[in-house]
Design a protein around this ligand. Structure first.
Ligand SMILES: NC(=O)c1ccc[n+]([C@@H]2O[C@H](COP(=O)([O-])OP(=O)(O)OC[C@H]3O[C@@H](n4cnc5c(N)ncnc54)[C@H](O)[C@@H]3O)[C@@H](O)[C@H]2O)c1
Length: 346
């Protein structure tokens, strides 16, 4: 049976992305040892073989050993590393660069509350360093990987489109993440206006699927592991928050499309509008449809739940029509996303 990730990559390579414009280019990808960055890097290396993309990939990493493990099966001469801690170090990168995808960020909720200053510094200082590099290299496009969390608590009537920013409580420590992302997007808009950088913000819904890393511990991976191990899914909140999701390969396809088709200084929601469900209902869906009813979703709220850094509950349904207008369509729904992710984890 074909590897599930190879199937995903083949499917991305058959999409209506303007591949000719991406041919023979150099891509600099930050956060390359993370979920999004590693998949984008692996896909570009796959596309070199499969569709003759002839991409050169520079992966910004902090830990070469970790990167070597992640890219053990996909590494070719087209891949090289740029070692930098974007919170603290200047990035040294010789040679040309056509595209930058900036995916590095603090994403672990626990770290957001234990090191909120580092979370903000990584966001702002890291993004500014990459934007400066974009000016220096005169890149064709710069994608800032943002998040649906920038909406905070949006209006509750109807779907949330790119202009519908809601409330973020900056007296809450955990807001270092969404507020940091807001400032980064603002910095992107500023660099687009002042230095003419073709910057596009990709506001991802929660993204998961085949290709997650063995160290992944976000809620989707925990649910999948419970289903695989036949253990009840334990929710540490009441699970009323409405989640918006997108499958990994659909997100990678959207990012590639934005490199060519995104409008400078603008933001795009990347979400599968049909994959919209409360956390609790998603836990029940996994218990029923993935684990065949052999497990249950149970709520157990720990006393020190604040230290876990969960995002505040929101009611939000992301509108992805701006992205769809570019010709992008999500292809994998929630149940299949779990099935494919579990096939990959197995
Ligand atoms: N996966 C999702 O569900 C999701 C949803 C919305 C937005 N996003 C955003 O997408 C981007 C990528 O997320 P991901 O899911 O791949 O997360 P991840 O945690 O898997 O990867 C983050 C990457 O950033 C790197 N990084 C962190 N601090 C760094 C520093 N100081 N210097 C250099 N590198 C550093 C990490 O090493 C890692 O490679 C992030 O900006 C995240 O906020 C992700």
């Amino acid at each position: 049976m074909k590897d599930v990730l190879a199937e995903d990559f083949e499917q991305i390579s058959k999409r209506n992305i303007p591949w000719n414009e991406l041919k023979n280019k150099t891509f600099l990808i930050t956060g390359a040892t993370g979920l999004i960055g590693s998949l984008l890097t692996k896909f570009l290396l796959y596309a070199n073989q499969a569709i003759g993309l002839n991409a050169t990939v520079r992966a910004v990493v902090r830990n070469v050993e970790k990167a070597d493990k992640i890219f053990a099966e996909s590494k070719t001469e087209a891949l090289s590393y740029v070692v930098a801690d974007l919170e603290k170090e200047k990035i040294c990168c010789e040679g040309d660069c056509d595209y930058i995808v900036h995916a590095a960020a603090v994403t672990a909720s626990k770290l957001m509350v234990s090191d909120p200053v580092g979370t903000i510094r990584t966001a702002i200082d890291g993004t500014e360093k990459m934007l400066q590099l974009a000016v220096e290299k005169k890149v064709k496009a710069f994608i800032y990987i943002s998040s649906m969390e920038i909406y905070g608590q949006p209006k509750t009537d109807g779907k949330t489109a790119e202009k519908d920013l809601g409330y973020v409580d900056i007296e809450t420590v955990r807001s270092c993440y969404p507020e940091g992302k807001r400032m980064c997007e603002c910095l992107c808009t500023a660099y687009a206006a002042q230095y003419g950088v073709n910057v596009i913000s990709a506001r991802l819904a929660q993204t998961f699927g085949a290709g997650i890393l063995p160290t992944e511990n976000r809620v989707f991976a925990q649910f999948a592991r419970s289903a695989m191990n036949g253990e009840n899914i334990v929710l540490h909140t009441t699970g009323e928050s409405e989640g918006n999701y997108v499958y990994t390969a659909d997100a990678i396809a959207a990012i590639l499309m934005l490199l060519v088709k995104g409008a400078a200084g603008e933001a795009y929601n990347i979400a599968n509008e049909d994959s919209h469900i409360t956390i609790r209902n998603m836990a029940e869906l996994v218990a029923d449809e993935i684990a065949g009813g052999k497990i249950q979703a149970v709520i157990d709220i720990p006393e020190d739940s604040a230290s876990l850094g969960y995002a505040p509950p929101v009611k939000m349904w992301l509108d992805a029509s701006k992205m769809r207008a570019l010709g992008w369509q999500p292809q994998v729904g929630l149940v299949d996303a779990y099935k494919r992710m579990i096939r990959w984890m197995e």
